[in-house]
Design a protein around this ligand. Structure first.
Ligand SMILES: Nc1ncnc2c1ncn2[C@@H]1O[C@H](COP(=O)(O)OP(=O)(O)OP(=O)(O)O)[C@@H](O)[C@H]1O
Ligand SMILES: [Mg+2]
Length: 503
């Protein structure tokens, strides 16, 4: 028996079907920018297949809870359960063959990952007797299988990435068919994406995502340009469950609606300014009536609490605005603390959250607790420091231009661009792949090379090799060029090295 799910229509007008049994064996990856229609597509697939197969949906935004009314899914509020509780729930859902929506809305990234991992783990580890086929749909899969470390703890990331890898790589034998959707392929861990043999590619703007999509579909990169012109709800399909050649299709309507429907324009209610003032600026309710968020009892939270309780070493600096010299001195001291942290052997590869905690601790030890930057400022400092840039360079003329150009890149790439810009400005040799990887917080030389290619594709730099295989990078528009540098060089020359304590 084959079950053909109707997803919509091909561009030629024929019904576009998806072979459910084949899907169970070969998994599906959906990619498209925000608003391209991924969640709608998943909903269509879930609704059409609900009569045929058990389902579980990992729902970061609580979009899919509306499936419950019409199709009888059990909605599990992840917020209300422990990891252990969710693991057991995952197991029982399989034993009793109940379709579920795991609503992860309202949790922070760390807890979304942990609880999703627990639930997936339960479904994965169930005993062999219960290995009935089921669809496991994960929307915003990059949240659970991120390509690079984010602000969450290493442990959470490992748990969640492990569960997603199990789902996509080893789930088949256990009857679990992963269906994952992501806005940005480049943000999704490669091993998780690579195991899907069916693809539905929607509208995509960024070159790096188009290139990866083209690679997955086995298309020429030029052809992938077509992904830019897809309309909302239009996808390019390929794979054993869909079509043997890339096939354009338009996803059909759904019976249920997302709970968080796209905001519609509505006429504004009529109200006088005085009414508005009375409503908007009414005294806030007493604190106790507000819904309490359970604080995560982490080191950082405790430190922040201690910070407000304990007097600073130099309370007078809190009272008046610090002068320019004081600010410069403070910045210099913060830089020094950061350099000390980065000088530790493994610092380049630790999660930013961990580095930040350590940074805050050291700031407090130095009596700089109240001057410690927040996490986003810390991220900027870290990016610059990893690229070997002191605070002094920020004031330099011409450097403003570099910062401006860097800002079109994702934040985590900006430091690498600036490191190269600095080498070009000074006429130093182009840094080798190892130094670039380290500035990016990675061990991977191939990632360093891809990073350069990406920055080049954005039109910021041009990379060339000279006759001896040494690399020269020219900054477009600024017309600064590095001296030729060996891509295989192990380390930066001493004068360019940021983590040496001498700087
Ligand atoms: N094929 C379609 N037919 C009709 N409406 C659609 C279709 N696809 C998407 N839409 C509508 O377009 C809007 C955006 O779609 P959707 O929420 O699925 O996008 P998305 O790719 O999941 O975006 P995000 O990544 O931001 O979650 C929704 O209101 C959805 O109902
Ligand atoms: Mg969506």
């Amino acid at each position: 028996m084959t079950v053909a799910i109707e997803m919509g229509h091909t561009t030629a007008g024929a019904p576009a079907t998806l072979d459910l049994e084949e899907l169970l064996a070969t998994r599906l990856l959906v990619q498209g920018n925000s608003g391209s229609g991924k969640s709608h597509l998943l909903r269509r697939l879930l609704e059409q297949s609900a009569p045929w197969v058990q389902q579980a949906i990992l729902d970061p935004e609580g979009d899919f809870v509306t499936l419950a009314e019409q199709f009888g899914h059990l909605v599990i509020q992840a917020e209300d359960h422990t990891e252990r509780g969710l693991q057991v729930a995952g197991e029982r859902a399989r034993i009793h063959r109940v379709s579920t929506v795991l609503n992860l809305e309202g949790l922070d990234a760390e807890n979304q990952m942990r609880r999703a991992a627990a639930f997936l783990g339960g479904m994965f580890d169930v005993e062999r007797d219960h290995w009935y086929p089921m669809l496991v749909v994960v929307d915003e899969a990059q949240l659970f299988a991120p390509a690079v470390a984010g602000e969450v703890s290493d442990e959470a990331r490992k748990l969640s990435l492990g569960a997603m890898t199990n789902l996509m790589c080893r789930g088949r034998k256990r009857g679990l068919a992963g269906v994952i959707a992501t806005q940005r392929l480049a943000k999704l861990a490669k091993n998780v994406a690579a195991e899907a043999s069916n693809f539905l590619m929607g509208r995509t703007f960024l070159d790096i995502d188009m290139a990866r999509a083209a690679d997955l579909l086995g298309m020429e990169r030029r052809q992938a340009d077509a992904f830019r012109d897809l309309e909302r709800g239009q996808f390019m399909a390929l794979g054993p469950a869909l079509s043997r050649r890339p096939l354009g299709l338009r996803i059909g309507a759904t019976e249920t609606k997302p709970r968080n429907a796209t905001p519609r324009l509505l006429p504004l209610p009529e109200a006088t300014l005085e009414d508005a003032r009375a409503i908007i600026l009414a005294a806030p309710p007493p604190e106790a009536n507000r819904p309490q968020r359970r604080p995560a009892p982490d080191l950082l939270g405790q430190l922040m609490a201690a910070k407000s309780a304990a007097p600073e070493i130099r309370p007078e600096t809190l009272e008046q605005q610090p002068s320019a010299e004081e600010l410069a001195e403070r910045r210099e001291r913060l830089d020094r603390i950061l350099r000390a942290i980065l000088a530790e052997p493994d610092a380049g590869f630790r999660a930013i959250g961990v580095l930040y905690q350590e940074f805050v601790v050291r700031c407090r030890i130095e009596g700089l607790g109240s001057a410690a930057p927040d996490l986003s400022e810390f991220r900027r400092m870290l990016t610059r420091a990893r690229a070997g840039l002191g605070t002094d360079i920020a004031e330099d003329d011409g450097w403003q231009d570099v910062t401006l150009r860097a800002s079109i890149l994702p934040e985590d790439m900006q430091g690498v661009f600036m490191m190269i810009a600095r080498a070009a400005k000074q006429g130093w040799p182009c840094p080798g792949d190892a130094a670039i990887a380290r500035a990016y917080g990675s061990h991977s030389l191939r990632r360093a090379q891809r990073l350069l290619t990406y920055i080049e594709e954005q039109g910021l730099i041009v990379c060339q090799l000279d006759g001896a295989g040494r690399r020269i990078v020219t900054l477009v528009e600024l017309a600064w060029a590095t001296a030729p540098g060996d891509p295989n060089a192990d380390e930066l020359p001493a004068e360019q090295d940021c983590s040496s304590a001498s700087l």
